[in-house]
Structure formats: C-alpha cells, structure tokens
Design a protein around this ligand. Structure first.
Ligand SMILES: C[S@@+](CC[C@H](N)C(=O)[O-])C[C@H]1O[C@@H](n2cnc3c(N)ncnc32)[C@H](O)[C@@H]1O
Length: 177
C-alpha cells in the first residue's frame, strides 16, 4: 500500500520541483510509484521488484498479495505499460539486495522500502540501501505496524541514534540519513 505520510515528507524536505533521484523497493501494481511521481519532480525513479516468488526470500516472507503470484505478473505488466515508457522511470525486475549492488554509494535522494515484511528481509533491505542514500537524504518505507519491519527499523534507529518519524494512520516511517 502507498504511504501518503512518506510522500508528504518528501515534499516537506525537497519541495515539488527538486529533481529527485529515488528508488522504490517493492512496487507491485505501481500504485505508490505513480503517487511518488505525482508528488515531487523526479530526475529518475528506480522501481525495484522481482515480481515473482524469489529464491532469496520465500513468498511467505512478504506481504500478502490479493492476486498471489498471478497478481505479481499482472502487477509487472501494469507497471510496464503505465510507467515503463516514462523517460524518468527505470524498472529493475530483480530483488532488493541484488539491485542495491548496481548503485554507487550516496547516489539517491531517497529510498522507499515496501517489499518483504519479515525482520530478516527488512533488516537486509535497510542495511543494503542506507549506503546508497546521500547524506541528509531520506530512507523510509511502509508498514511500521508489521512486527518484522518495526523490529528492523527500531534496531537501526537505536544503533545509529537517528530520529524516526512515523506517519499518522498509514504507518509510513522515515528518517534522515
Ligand atoms: C506491498 S507490495 C508493494 C506495494 C507498493 N509499494 C505500493 O504501495 O504500490 C510488496 C511487493 O514487494 C515485492 N518484493 C518481495 N520481496 C522483494 C524483494 N526481495 N525485493 C524487492 N521487492 C520484493 C513483492 O513482489 C511485491 O510486489
């Protein structure tokens, strides 16, 4: 699901016209990706999702999808047709951690994580993407009310003494890197 509070935090930080370079991890039907593109100007938005049951993370590690595996294929087809031709969108059909290796350090203004929701996956995602965000940029995601997400986020915040923001009502979460 999308996170209005996270998107609002981007406007608050960057304003509408800043040429952001961002990444969404876990895209599904692309609903939030469209919202992100409508929220602030993007020089580039990377959309990262394997759109299939992965070998690295079992489907049971991920948030349930109404359409199951078929829903993922449908999601990928939708994202390709609705967003695939945009000059400022790059679709990477691959897993989060694997995709993070393609990025040089400190190249992204923000990363939004809404992929697999287990502690193990959330931990791996946060640690893989933090180095890719510029100093002062934003790392955040969705579903802070999921125990695995909360545990991984809280652990990072405690370890690095960051100030965590939680969206009212939609469980978006984010902090300054
Ligand atoms: C909750 S949905 C994303 C919804 C989307 N953020 C939105 O609000 O429109 C979760 C997605 O995470 C993807 N996912 C699961 N494991 C992943 C991984 N290791 N890396 C990237 N994406 C993953 C699933 O394929 C699924 O499409």
């Amino acid at each position: 699901m999308s996170s209005a509070s996270f998107n609002w935090s981007l406007i608050h930080k960057y304003g509408k016209n800043f040429p952001a370079v961002g990444a969404e991890i876990g895209v599904h039907y692309g609903v939030n990706a469209e919202l992100l593109l409508g929220t602030i100007n993007h020089c580039m938005l990377f959309l990262i999702d394997p759109w299939c049951e992965s070998s690295y993370l079992k489907w049971t590690d991920t948030i349930e999808s109404p359409g199951g595996i078929e829903g993922l294929e449908e999601g990928f087809n939708r994202v390709k047709s609705v967003l695939g031709n945009r000059h400022n969108v790059k679709i990477l059909k691959m897993e989060s951690v694997e995709a993070s290796l393609l990025f040089v350090d400190k190249c992204l203004d923000y990363v939004y994580i809404d992929a697999a929701h287990s502690y193990k996956a959330s931990y791996a995602d946060i640690r893989a993407w933090i180095p890719k965000v510029k100093a002062g940029g934003t790392l955040g995601g969705h579903d802070y009310d999921w125990p695995g997400v909360k545990e991984a986020v809280d652990e990072y915040i405690a370890e690095y003494g960051k100030k965590l923001f939680i969206g009212e009502g939609d469980y978006g979460w984010w902090f300054d890197v």
